[in-house]
Design a protein around this ligand. Structure first.
Ligand code: AGP
Length: 609
């Protein structure tokens, strides 16, 4: 998630903007930039890497003027570089943007036909050219912004300057957060509260489809058609640290709640409705190369390996190609069979996990093709892969992976659909039907988050257990593993995930009234089998916490606790059932007083063997 800061008033804009960007550093970024207006040439400065690099440039070449916009970029399209850093300029227009423009390729080719020259690989740059195009025609900055944004599809939080109208700063929101700060004869706009807290606590939260126009003396807010709107200002009482967490107690909880948005961002721009196909911009493999594959090896660690286990179901079901899956530290030492017809698919949130990177090199050394599913643009694994399917989860600060996991599942599903289409195992109509359920998922995830209070109660009841058992079948077995990992890594309670069908082969000896058993039993093909496994546990006094789906009531009264996620397709249920796993672990850890965001002995990225 990028950081945006804008200022217009009486003070020198540059230090205010840089200070604001520094307070947004927790959001993660890989480049930064600023542009101020002082009545002359726009003072545009950009740098790859950390803010200090931009500050060094500003020390040499100060950006003067009392209006300006600044940005820290978390790359989603185009690698981290000075040329891809924001702000982007086209003619008189300068823009910073947070979000994903879904129709940027179509707009870019139209603008190029109109003679616009592009210098970056970003989707953002088209906004600058689009506003400039309209500005050249209508000569009115505010109107040009409205006309341009009416053509844009996707998500944006933008702040825009016009060199020819330097007494105006315009910002607009659709899908990505923007907050307005009101000072005395000065105004601020930012993607998050911390950037402005040291200047003002009077803030207005923009809603989707709203535009705010600032002059040094006043501001007005309208909808996209120009209809004036009256918005209530709020007084923010948070501390700066609380503000970084968006008011949530921990980054982990904030990231759990970001998942409807991150799912939508990972899907955005990748569904080709007419063709009934999937567009993966950096996949790096042609349809023919995909069709020619005869095996896939998935390798990953930890939560990403659990995602891979679900991905195996997706790929084998939709593309009918054999999938082997390895924990990366095992793959790299077993002299794996890799040929030029096999594809090694790495999954890594950080893109820096040592064992996964070593697995990549092992596979490439054997002549195989390598694609990664990764959350960090231009990370080591992304750079060394032949192709990348980026998740758009934004930076994940909590050590326990949550939003990265569910966006990995979405990315795997999109990949499986694309592979199925390339191999002819999936018709265009089949693909459209699957995609329909996928597009409805962010809303269903919102509904699933409404279980939070019930799950917190369940956490209170079971927080003192010494051990937990998690079980599921089919594509729910990986979710059992994931639930167990979440619990043990943040609450330090021992937990194991098991295939439900394995109970009789040993684990059932563990069952007694002191062992909570989490059973993933959504309405799918193995529902009846899992119910009977569950009844074996109950018959021996085990306390079952059942995670069912839809308006299942058959289990009420049979189990200690019944959690119900919304119904969706069997393939997509793992994405919803993983949410109660995250929330149960989170609430138990909070009740036990552990360091939820930075659990003992753990690092966010394991960059050593
Ligand atoms: C999961 O909650 C852990 N943080 C850990 O298992 C993590 O998934 C694993 O280290 C892999 O990291 P990566 O996805 O960045 O490669």
């Amino acid at each position: 998630m990028c950081g945006i800061v804008g200022y217009i008033g009486k003070q020198d804009a540059s230090p205010i903007i840089i200070d604001g960007l520094r307070r947004l550093e927790y959001r993660g970024y890989d480049s930064a930039g600023i542009c101020t207006l002082n009545g002359g040439e726009p003072q545009l400065r950009r740098a790859e890497g950390k803010l200090i690099n931009l500050e060094n440039i500003l020390r040499e070449k100060p950006a003067t003027g009392s209006r300006g916009i600044g940005h820290t970029r978390w790359a989603t399209h185009g690698r981290p570089s000075e040329i891809n850093a924001h702000p982007h300029k086209a003619g008189s227009i300068v823009v910073v943007h947070n979000g994903i423009i879904e129709n940027y390729l179509k707009l870019k080719s139209r603008l190029q036909k109109q003679g616009h020259k592009f210098s970056s690989e970003t989707d953002t740059e088209i906004i600058a050219h689009l506003v400039e195009e309209h500005y050249q025609q209508c000569g009115d900055f505010e109107k040009a912004v409205r006309l341009a944004l009416a053509e844009v599809e996707g998500a944006y939080g933008v702040a825009i300057l016009c060199i020819d109208e330097p007494d105006k700063l315009i910002a607009a929101k659709l899908g990505s957060p923007l907050v307005v700060g009101q000072g005395d004869g000065e105004f601020f706009v930012a993607s998050d509260i911390p950037a402005m807290l040291s200047h003002t606590r009077e803030m207005i939260f923009l809603d989707d489809g709203e535009i705010v126009v600032f002059t040094p003396e006043k501001m007005w807010i309208t909808d996209l058609s120009g209809q004036p709107l009256v918005k209530q200002s709020k007084t923010i009482t948070w501390s700066p640290l609380m503000a970084e967490k968006g008011g949530y107690k921990h980054f982990m909880l904030k990231e759990i709640y970001e998942q409807p948005r991150t799912l939508a961002d990972t899907i955005a721009g990748r569904i080709q409705g007419e063709e009934g196909d999937i567009y993966l911009e950096d996949l790096g493999l042609s349809q023919e190369q995909l069709a020619d594959l005869d095996k896939i090896n998935i390798i990953a660690c930890g939560t990403s390996w659990h995602a891979g286990l679900v991905g195996k179901f997706y790929i084998e079901k939709l593309a009918r190609i054999p999938v082997e899956i390895d924990i990366a530290s095992e793959f790299r030492y077993r002299d794996p069979i890799v040929t030029d017809k096999s594809l090694t698919l790495l999954i890594s949130q950080s893109g820096e996990t040592a064992d996964t990177l070593a697995g990549l090199r092992e596979a490439k050394g054997k002549g195989g093709k390598v694609v990664c599913i990764c959350n960090v643009v231009d990370s080591s694994i992304a750079r060394e892969s032949d192709g990348v399917v980026y998740t758009h989860a934004g930076p994940e600060i909590g050590v326990a992976s949550t939003k990265a996991f569910t966006t990995q599942l979405v990315a795997l599903y999109l990949f499986a659909l694309k592979l199925g289409r390339a191999r002819g195992t999936l018709t265009a109509d089949d693909c459209r039907n699957q995609v329909e359920a996928l597009l409805a998922l962010p809303r269903k995830l919102e509904e699933t988050l409404e279980l939070d209070e019930q799950i917190e109660q369940i956490a209170r009841e079971f927080m003192n257990a010494r051990d937990f058992l998690y079980m599921g079948r089919g594509n729910q077995y990986p979710i059992a593993l994931e639930g167990a990992l979440k619990l043990k890594e943040i609450s330090y309670i021992h937990a194991e995930g098991y295939p439900a069908g394995e109970m009789k082969h040993g684990p059932i000896a563990l069952i007694d009234e002191n062992l909570p058993v989490v059973v993933l039993v959504p309405r799918n093909a193995t529902y009846d089998k899992v119910v009977s496994n569950m009844e074996e546990v109950c018959a021996r006094g085990g306390k079952v916490i059942a995670v069912a789906s839809g308006d299942e009531n058959e289990l009420q009264g049979k189990v200690a606790e019944l959690i119900k996620v919304p119904q969706t397709t069997e393939d997509l249920l793992p994405i919803l059932t993983s949410i109660p796993m995250q929330l149960l672990a989170y609430h138990i850890a909070v009740l036990k007083g552990t360091d939820v965001d930075q659990p003992r002995n753990l690092a966010k990225s394991v960059t050593v063997e």
